[in-house]
Design a binder for this molecule. Structure first.
Ligand code: ADP
Ligand code: MG
Length: 618
């Protein structure tokens, strides 16, 4: 599973060209376009009308040239009124056509754009829906870092909706017009038609060669781009550290190296594409010259149906044939981009195995869980490969407070992650009230658990909104009460905007208490506290301890803390060392056993300078 993740993530950085073909791409896009089928039909109708308009110039010129020619060789001599009539007709037809064509193009573009914008919105909504369903492991997999994920999604949506636009606004009208022009050429003269057709495979061939030479470059450019934007995000996030270590230069150099690589790659791709573009323009000019020579020759030998007007006619029609083909490389490029990005994008949509699994087990209405967690021989490895939990067997007694003790990195937080079903163990079993966690309805399970972490996320919004996050339907009184219990009420009402202040402006300790208020409002039977007071001052720590003591009654509580004062209050204690449980029992028993806990305890007491504290207190 985790191996598969890594393969999926790194696929984006590999050099191999995408496996998804153009057909596959369009098939994947179809469900997103289908809801707009009437817009689509309207676009197609307008497209066809527009293609007809595109041929008018050729027809008018053909007629006009022949008429004027006839007029010049008239036996009765040149007639001004006839000439004027011709000019008026030409002007009216051409101007009328331009007005119509402008209207049609406008409608066609607006409709096409409407489809593109709607498809782009639908793609965004789908991906957000999907990401919210993913299990936590997805986000801690290499290659799924926020910056990279964001690039993959942004690029995917942009290039997929561009494909839609390309298809309906650019390619389709041009190709319809090209086909129509070819048909008209054949209808007028088969030989000219054949010459025009003969040029087409040459274009395609050049485009294909170009595509082959560009192969791999696109992936490389994309990979560098991902790294660049991830790098910039990283710099912004770590600004404080960078500045305090005076590492601005180093970070700038790192970016410069990447930028240099990116510049090289971009120049390489441009060089290749300009070369082939030039080649194609050259071939097109040769085509035009061939058409002129052939038509002129046919006129000279008096070939039936050929006239001077037909020279103009064919040259103009041929430019309609070659126009879309000239665009071919751009479309081909865009499509190839889309293929690469689409793979990353649909890869996310398709990642079935990443979706959080939920069981059926729920609690009866109005009833609460007891809160007995039993872990048996649990093994767990993070997607990154860290073997965080080893052969862990333990019981969390309902209604009691259990403390998890251990050095940093011992696996304490990981246990909380497992119990909250953020991750599932590699092997072994975890049950809640006798029911395996995987059988629990995930939503119901999390409804039962209140989680307070060392660093709690505060969403942009007001303080009230942030507390209410615990229970959106809570009354204002309940929100205020929760704030009181979390000892944040007084500080909040002292702010100019009170509970309507921006929560992100609060200090770390204050944000922590907002998170605790959030949990009070949720009022769950099970509570996990993962170093909840690590970022609080002494007074706040004591206040929080009091309110936690109050809420502990009749609930199952797991507390992780480096604060000995909070640990010795627990009913039961587990000492962890590199993912393994090394000691267990009541705090006093475990202390008497000696070992790691005694070491931690004594060190903690020494670091607090307990003797002097005692002296001072007396
Ligand atoms: P602590 O006891 O300090 O809470 P953790 O449970 O957070 O320890 O971490 C246990 C081990 O798992 C550590 O080696 C840590 O580096 C690793 N780890 C923690 N979270 C992740 C993660 N999201 N991805 C990969 N490794 C992780
Ligand atoms: Mg931790």
């Amino acid at each position: 599973m985790s191996r598969k993740n890594r393969i999926f993530a790194s696929a984006m950085e590999k050099d191999n060209e995408s496996k998804m073909g153009i057909g596959g791409l369009l098939r994947r896009l179809l469900p997103f376009v289908l809801p707009y089928r009437w817009l689509l039909v309207a676009t197609l109708v307008l497209t066809f009308a527009g293609s007809l308009m595109a041929q008018v110039n050729a027809v008018v010129l053909d007629r006009a040239v022949d008429r004027i020619n006839a007029l010049l060789h008239l036996e009765g001599g040149f007639q001004w009124d006839e000439a004027a009539r011709i000019l008026v007709v030409i002007s009216v037809v051409l101007l009328g056509k331009e007005v119509l064509a402008a209207l049609i193009t406008f409608g066609q573009r607006i409709f096409g754009e409407k489809i593109r914008i709607n498809v782009s919105r639908d793609l965004s909504l789908r991906i957000v829906d999907r990401i919210l369903q993913f299990r936590m492991a997805f986000f801690s997999t290499d290659g799924n870092e926020p910056g990279k994920l964001q690039t993959r999604i942004d690029r995917g949506i942009m290039s997929l909706s561009n494909t839609v636009k390309n298809f309906f606004i650019d390619i389709l009208p041009l190709f319809t017009s090209a086909v129509l022009a070819l048909v008209l050429m054949y209808a007028a003269n088969v030989y000219v038609g054949l010459v025009a057709t003969a040029i087409i495979p040459i274009y395609f061939w050049i485009t294909a060669v170009q595509g082959r030479r560009m192969k791999g470059w696109r992936h490389r450019v994309f990979g560098t781009h991902q790294q660049l934007s991830h790098g910039i995000l990283n710099i912004i996030e770590s600004m404080g550290v960078i500045k305090s270590f005076n590492r601005e230069r180093v970070e700038a150099d790192k970016q410069a190296a990447l930028q240099e690589q990116s510049t090289d790659q971009q120049m390489q791709t441009r060089r290749i594409s300009f070369l082939y573009e030039g080649l194609k323009t050259f071939v097109e000019q040769i085509g035009t010259v061939l058409i002129i020579i052939l038509t002129a020759y046919l006129v000279l030998i008096d070939y039936p149906g050929m006239s001077i007007g037909k020279i103009m006619y064919h040259v103009l029609l041929f430019s309609n044939v070659s126009a879309p083909i000239r665009q071919l490389h751009r479309i081909y490029d865009d499509l190839n981009d889309a293929l690469v990005y689409a793979e990353g994008f649909f890869g996310i949509l398709d990642a079935e195995e990443e979706v959080e699994k939920s069981g059926q087990w729920t609690v009866e209405n109005g009833k609460r869980v007891q809160g007995r967690f039993e872990l048996k021989n649990v093994e767990f490895t993070y997607p990154s490969g860290t073997h965080a939990i080893r052969d862990l067997t333990m019981t969390i007694e309902p209604g009691k407070t259990t403390a998890l003790v251990g050095l940093s990195g011992a696996g304490k937080s990981t246990i909380v992650n497992l119990l909250d079903k953020f991750y599932s163990p590699d092997s072994g079993s975890i049950t809640l009230d006798g029911v395996p966690l995987e059988d629990w309805d995930t939503e119901v399970l999390r409804e039962q658990i209140g989680l307070v972490l060392q660093k709690n996320h505060i969403f942009s919004g007001t303080i009230e909104e942030n507390i209410r996050y615990g229970r959106p339907d809570a009354t204002r009184e309940e929100v205020l009460e929760a704030a009181c219990k979390a000892y944040i009420y007084d500080q909040v009402v002292a702010l100019p905007d009170g509970f309507n202040s921006n929560a992100l402006q609060l200090s770390g300790g204050q944000q922590q208490r907002i998170a605790i208020a959030r949990m009070f409002l949720k009022d769950p039977p099970i509570i996990f506290l993962d170093e909840p007071t690590a970022s609080l001052d002494a007074i706040a720590t004591e206040q929080i301890k009091n309110s936690i003591d109050a809420i502990k009654q009749g609930r199952t509580v797991i507390v992780i803390s480096h604060n000995i004062g909070q640990i010795i209050d627990s009913d039961r204690l587990y000492v962890l060392d590199t993912g393994h449980c090394v000691q267990r029992g009541t705090p006093t028993d475990v202390y008497r056993q000696g070992g790691l806990y005694k070491e931690i305890f004594d060190a903690s007491a020494r670091s607090m300078n307990v003797d002097k504290i005692a002296d001072t207190l007396t």
